[in-house]
Design a protein around this ligand. Structure first.
Ligand code: FAQ
Length: 311
C-alpha cells in the first residue's frame, strides 16, 4: 500500500504504468497472466509444426531460407514467452508438463493441416496477420515483461506476414493452377484465422476482467473486426476472394460486415477434436523426449561450472 492508502497495484494500473515482477499483484492477475502467456508460448512452439513440414519441399533455395528463418523465429518467440512466464514464479518445465498432459492449451489454429505449398503463404498472410492484430496491443499490456517481449515478437511477426503475402502474390501472378492453389488455401484458412481471436465477447470468460486489468486493450470482437478491415484491401491486391458471400463494406458503421466463424467448431478444436490435435501433441511429446539428453547435458554442464566457480 502507498502512503495515500491506494494499493500499489491499483495505482500502477490507474497511472497506466507497468506492473513488474517485484510488485505485489492479486493472485487472479498472476494466474490469468500465467495462463495466457503459457498458452501463447505453447502456440509458438506448436506453431512451428505446420510450416516446418514444408521446409524440405520449398520450391527454391530463397523460399527455403526464408521459411527456415521464420520457423526459427517462432522457437525464439516461445523462449521469450516462457522466460516472461517464469518472472511470475512458475517453472518452464512445469508449463511444458501441463502442455504435454493437455492441462494447458495452445491456439486452435495449429490444429489444421498444411495441404499445399500455398498454405505456407496463407499462414503467413492470415495467421500471422491475425497474430499481429492481437499482439500489437499486447505491447501495451500492463505486465512489463510480457509487454516488452511482445515488442520484438511483433517486429518479427510483421516480417512473417509480409513473406506470406509475397509468397501468395507470386502464386496469384503465376499459372492458373498456382492461382487455384492460392485460392484454395485462403478458402481453408480464412475462418480458422477469424476464430483465433477467441469466442464472441458475450461468451468470453476472461475478457472483461483481463480488460479491467489492462492485459487486454481491445476485446476479441474488436480485434476480429480490425483484422477483417485490414485484410480486405490486401485480398484485392492479391487477387484472391475471401470466402464470405456476406462480406461487404458498411458505410454507417465504417467497418466491413462479415460472417462469424463457427464457434462450435472452435470449441471442439480447443477441446482436442481438431483435424491435427493428436498428431501435433504426439510430435511435441516425442520432440521433448528426444531432447532429454540436451537438457541433461546442459544441467550437468551448469552444475560443473557452479562447482568450479565455488571451488
Ligand atoms: N485457441 O475468455 P476468452 C502465434 C480459450 S498466434 C485456443 O476470450 P482470453 C503466432 C481461452 O484460452 C496464436 N483457445 O480467453 C504464430 C479460454 O480458455 P481457458 C497465439 C482459445 O484468454 C503465427 C477460453 O477459450 N496467440 O502463435 C482460443 O481472454 C504463425 C475462453 O476465451 C496468443 O495466444 C483459441 N483461438 O482471450 C506462430 C495471443 N480463443 O484458458 C506460428 C495471446 C480462446 O479458460 C505461426 N492470447 N481460447 O481454458 C490472447 O490474446 C488471448 O488469450 C485470446 C483469448 C484472445 C487468445
Amino acid at each position: 500500500e502507498r502512503p495515500d492508502g491506494v494499493p500499489a497495484f491499483e495505482a500502477l494500473l490507474a497511472a497506466d504504468e507497468r506492473v513488474e515482477p517485484r510488485d505485489e499483484m492479486p493472485d487472479g492477475y498472476r494466474r490469468t497472466l500465467v495462463r495466457q502467456i503459457a498458452q501463447h508460448a505453447h502456440s509458438e512452439i506448436i506453431g512451428m509444426q505446420p510450416e516446418a513440414n514444408w521446409i524440405s519441399c520449398a520450391p527454391s533455395l530463397r523460399r527455403k531460407a526464408i521459411l527456415m528463418a521464420k520457423v526459427q523465429d517462432e522457437a525464439g518467440h516461445g523462449l521469450y514467452l516462457y522466460a516472461a512466464a517464469e518472472t511470475l514464479g512458475v517453472d518452464r518445465a512445469d508449463l511444458l508438463d501441463q502442455l504435454h498432459s493437455g492441462r494447458q492449451k495452445y491456439s486452435s489454429i495449429f490444429n489444421y493441416p498444411t495441404l499445399t505449398w500455398a498454405d505456407v503463404g496463407a499462414i503467413g498472410w492470415l495467421v500471422d496477420g491475425a497474430a499481429i492484430t492481437n499482439q500489437v496491443p499486447l505491447c501495451r499490456c500492463s505486465y512489463g515483461p510480457y509487454a516488452r517481449a511482445m515488442v520484438r515478437i511483433c517486429k518479427e511477426e510483421s516480417f512473417h506476414q509480409r513473406q506470406g503475402f509475397d509468397l501468395l502474390l507470386a502464386l496469384t501472378r503465376g499459372t492458373e493452377r498456382q492461382r487455384a492453389m492460392a485460392q484454395d488455401a485462403v478458402d481453408r484458412w480464412w475462418y480458422p484465422s477469424l476464430a483465433m481471436f477467441g469466442p464472441p465477447d458475450a461468451e468470453s470468460t476472461h475478457g472483461a476482467q483481463s480488460s479491467a486489468w489492462g492485459i487486454k486493450r481491445f476485446s476479441n470482437d474488436e480485434l476480429r473486426q480490425r483484422f477483417v478491415d485490414m485484410t480486405v484491401p490486401q485480398a484485392e491486391v492479391l487477387g484472391v476472394r475471401i470466402p464470405d458471400p456476406d462480406l461487404r463494406w458498411n458505410a454507417e458503421r465504417g467497418h466491413h460486415d462479415f460472417t462469424q466463424p463457427d464457434y462450435a467448431e472452435l470449441l471442439r478444436v480447443i477441446k482436442g477434436a481438431g483435424p491435427c490435435n493428436a498428431q501435433r501433441m504426439a510430435h511435441r511429446r516425442r520432440a521433448h523426449e528426444d531432447g532429454a539428453w540436451v537438457r541433461e547435458a546442459a544441467t550437468a554442464y551448469a552444475a560443473k561450472h557452479a562447482t568450479e566457480a565455488s571451488g
